[in-house]
Design a protein around this ligand. Structure first.
Ligand code: PMP
Length: 360
């Protein structure tokens, strides 16, 4: 096997090497059964234990209250853009959304199919370089929920804390779940695609307050009702077994790192190293406003697009991969989720200094 590169990909993203190595073995022979993990019935004793342990560890790490269900669904985080309003806004009820970029935009578009949607804030005018402060927008009194995206993967912005409102919160935490502590009891629904902080693509986590399971209108198809999956412990149909298994191993790994508080400290230190390199030079410019900076995705520019192309190519040549920014805003982006190692950031910072000197 060749040397592993430092992979700054925004998702699917770097996973802990020890998890990948264990998965490699378990795919061939799971727990000496002579059957590979992905060949096994999802109703086997072995797989049922894998799924139950994954849920128990997620509950423990996030401190999820008893009156919440944890669901392992498919269809990507994008399916939650319609499942949420479809289940919660029967009869054209109202909801308030905060528009902080592509992923909230897509959610707003879907929600409008089902409900009366009020967009209370948008940072579109400034290329989504910030999230709102509390008090900068009003949540309508008759809204069922306030929807926001806690971390905006493309622009590198992140809500420093949950919005302050008396309304129930609904949140897309796809790109920062488990990166810092969250008070789950403030939310009606939290969801996240797995392919950044949790594991491979293919499973979407939905954490839903139990009373919301009974709000779904009659005409919603069986597979798209949260209650269907809650009643059957996410085994109404065949679940994405491999993704759930790897996620379970990532959760065990996170516990070994000391849990969410410990990883938050680590994440903040990693991000600070990179922001310091950006702030200390006039050559690199961060996309996000300082108060909105993400500790997961750091989007930045060089003086010209030509230099950015050169920077990304030269970085890749020395094993710093995946630094190209999202096609919608260009530039560069370093995605540094929980499992991204600190020495990868040290190497990037050193390279940034050399590149600046060599390409004035
Ligand atoms: N929300 C956020 C914040 C994301 O970053 C992404 C994907 N990058 C999505 C939703 C969409 O996820 P999926 O591809 O699983 O539908």
């Amino acid at each position: 096997m060749g040397d592993r590169v430092f992979n700054f990909s925004p998702g699917p993203a770097t996973l802990p090497l020890e998890v990948l190595e264990k998965a490699g073995k378990d795919v061939v022979d799971f727990q000496d059964t002579g059957i590979g993990l992905i060949e096994m019935s999802h109703r086997s004793k072995e797989f049922m234990t894998v799924a139950a342990d994954a849920e128990a560890n997620l509950r423990e790490l996030m401190n999820i209250p008893q009156n919440y269900k944890v669901l392992f669904l498919q269809g990507g985080a994008s399916s939650q853009f319609f499942m949420i309003p479809m289940n919660l806004l029967g009869d054209k009820k109202k909801a308030t959304y905060l528009d902080t970029g592509t992923w909230s935009n897509k959610a707003i578009k879907e929600a409008r199919i089902f409900g009366d949607i009020d967009v209370a804030f948008s940072s579109e005018d400034s290329s989504f370089n910030r999230v709102p402060e509390d008090g900068e927008y009003t949540v309508s009194e008759d809204s069922e929920y306030l929807y926001y995206v806690s971390n905006n993967t493309i622009y590198g912005t992140q809500f420093p804390t949950a919005p302050s409102t008396s309304k129930m919160l609904v949140c897309d935490m796809s790109s920062d779940i488990l990166s810092r502590p969250v008070d789950v009891s403030r939310y009606g629904i939290i969801f996240a695609g797995a392919q950044k902080n949790l594991g491979p693509a293919g499973v979407t986590i939905v954490i839903i307050r139990e009373d919301l399971l009974d709000t779904t209108p009659e005409n919603v198809p069986t597979m798209l009702r949260y209650k269907t999956h809650a009643d059957k412990d996410s085994m109404f149909n065949t679940p994405p077994c491999f993704s759930i298994y790897v996620m379970g191993e990532v959760l065990k790994w996170l516990k070994r790192q000391g849990g969410v508080e410990a990883i938050e400290k680590h994440n903040k230190e990693k991000a600070a190293m990179l922001y310091e390199a950006i702030d200390q030079s006039d050559y690199y410019r961060g996309h996000a406003e300082t108060a909105s900076r993400s500790i997961m995705n750091i989007s930045f520019n060089l003086p010209t697009p030509e230099l950015e192309v050169k920077f990304i190519a030269e970085a890749a040549a020395i094993g710093l991969n995946g630094l190209k920014g999202h096609r919608s805003i260009g530039g560069c982006r370093a995605s540094i989720y929980n499992a991204f190692p600190r020495n990868g950031i040290e190497k990037l910072v050193a390279f940034m200094r050399v590149f600046e000197t060599n390409n004035p």
